[in-house]
Write a protein of this length. Structure first.
Length: 133
């Protein structure tokens, strides 16, 4: 990006990926594919300048960092749910960071997306029960 030149925010996930450095696009597409394989009906949105997925609320997202990509779990307590699995990755709060030289932990990402779906579904069901009372 040229200094002083303002970049328009992406309007959708395709635009978001296309606007990223070529070196990270493949990893972004792979993360997108993993998410879509677990929850194909999730709504793709751009929120806080990153690609996000909604399924009965905000589910997960992905973005770019200096040395690769980030996977946003949208749950700061995710390490409680996957303590052993997350020992092998770079975790900062609710965000997992992947370097370009690493292979993505496909099974872990799938597990996290499924876990987050369950969390959102349980929260939505609880809200419905409260409204009925």
């Amino acid at each position: 990006m040229q200094k002083g030149k303002k970049v328009s925010p992406a309007k959708n996930v395709d635009d978001y990926i296309a606007g990223q450095p070529i070196a990270v696009r493949g990893m972004l597409e792979q993360i997108r594919g993993i998410i879509r394989s677990v929850v194909p009906d999730a709504e793709e949105v751009i929120s806080y300048h990153i690609a996000c997925y909604k399924h009965q609320g905000m589910l997960v997202g992905f973005g770019v960092h200096k040395d690769g990509c980030s996977f946003y779990t949208m749950n700061p307590k995710i390490s409680n749910a996957f303590p052993n699995e997350l020992e092998e990755v770079k975790l900062s709060g609710a965000t997992i960071h992947f370097d370009l030289q690493e292979s993505l932990p496909v099974a872990l990402i799938q597990q996290i997306v499924k876990y987050r779906m369950q969390e959102n579904e349980e929260r939505a069901a609880a809200k419905k029960r409260v409204k009925r009372k």
